[in-house]
Write a protein that binds this ligand. Structure first.
Ligand SMILES: Cc1cc2nc3c(=O)[nH]c(=O)nc-3n(C[C@H](O)[C@H](O)[C@H](O)COP(=O)(O)OP(=O)(O)OC[C@H]3O[C@@H](n4cnc5c(N)ncnc54)[C@H](O)[C@@H]3O)c2cc1C
Length: 223
């Protein structure tokens, strides 16, 4: 099954942010009957959903489970993982007190792109013209919740054949790793993708293909 792929999110308002990149996001993949998977790292919004290292790594750890649930799952995003929920709340209260006449849409207390900030406000129904003075307790609580634990419905994976690597393959217990020869079928050698090896991004799959190829080549050359 595929691994290292992007997530399809059909929400048009999110897709409209295509090109927005956030340096550090905490992404949690909520899967049925399984502990959530978590990754922190860069995230990129695309015209079909979400990509970037945090998403690709989550897709690798969740490759089998996502396949089993037909790539339908829930993603929880913390856009500001360096701040606790309490710190977020305090910063929102501070800006409400110090900048009451400013509009929420044009004055964010956080280091987020303006488009992303306005998207989060719209998601909880705050109109762009609203002033900080009028931000209710309920709205501030909703804002903290959305920034810290916003939920996004994954409705598929990126296009077929755009995945970087295959998860699954020949069982490693059936292979002699000194020579890459099959333990079940003598004189049959394996290397690369055909093995049940898949790494995250960073060159690990190339390394695995080259190393196992070299080992198999050396062993075959000695026959
Ligand atoms: C878009 C993309 C990006 C990637 N980026 C990275 C990365 O950044 N870092 C990383 O580590 N890995 C990356 N990978 C994964 C990496 O390319 C593979 O893990 C690696 O190339 C596997 O090597 P391989 O020799 O096992 O298989 P392949 O490179 O797939 O080679 C198999 C070869 O066999 C040939 N072939 C197939 N069937 C037959 C046949 N019947 N007869 C003859 N020839 C045949 C194919 O044409 C092909 O040339 C990426 C993969 C993709 C698709």
């Amino acid at each position: 099954m595929p691994s290292l792929f992007t997530f399809t999110i059909t929400e048009p308002e999110l897709r409209a942010l295509a090109g927005v990149a956030v340096e550090t996001v905490q992404a949690r993949l909520l899967l049925p009957n399984q502990k959530p998977l978590e990754q922190t790292g860069p995230l990129l919004i695309t015209h079909w959903g979400l990509s970037g290292p945090a998403i690709l790594k989550l897709s690798a750890w969740g490759a089998r489970a996502l396949h089993d649930c037909h790539y339908q799952a829930t993603l929880q995003l913390n856009w500001l993982p360096d701040l606790s929920a309490e710190q977020l709340h305090q910063q929102l209260l501070a800006v409400k007190q110090t900048q009451p006449k400013r509009q929420l849409a044009t004055h964010s207390p956080f280091d987020l792109s303006r488009r992303l900030w306005q998207y989060v406000l719209a998601k909880i129904g705050i109109v762009p013209e609203q002033r900080w003075a009028d931000a209710s307790k309920k709205q501030l609580t909703q804002l903290v919740q959305e920034l810290h634990q916003g939920q996004y419905a994954i409705q598929g994976k990126g296009a077929f054949k755009e995945e970087f690597v295959t998860c699954g393959g020949v069982n490693l217990k059936e292979v002699d790793f000194k020579t890459m020869e099959s333990r079940l079928c003598p004189r049959l050698y394996f290397a690369g993708e055909i093995l049940d090896i898949d790494g995250v991004t960073g060159g690990f799959n190339f390394q695995s293909a080259w190393t196992t190829g070299w080992l198999a080549g050396q062993a075959i050359g000695k026959l």
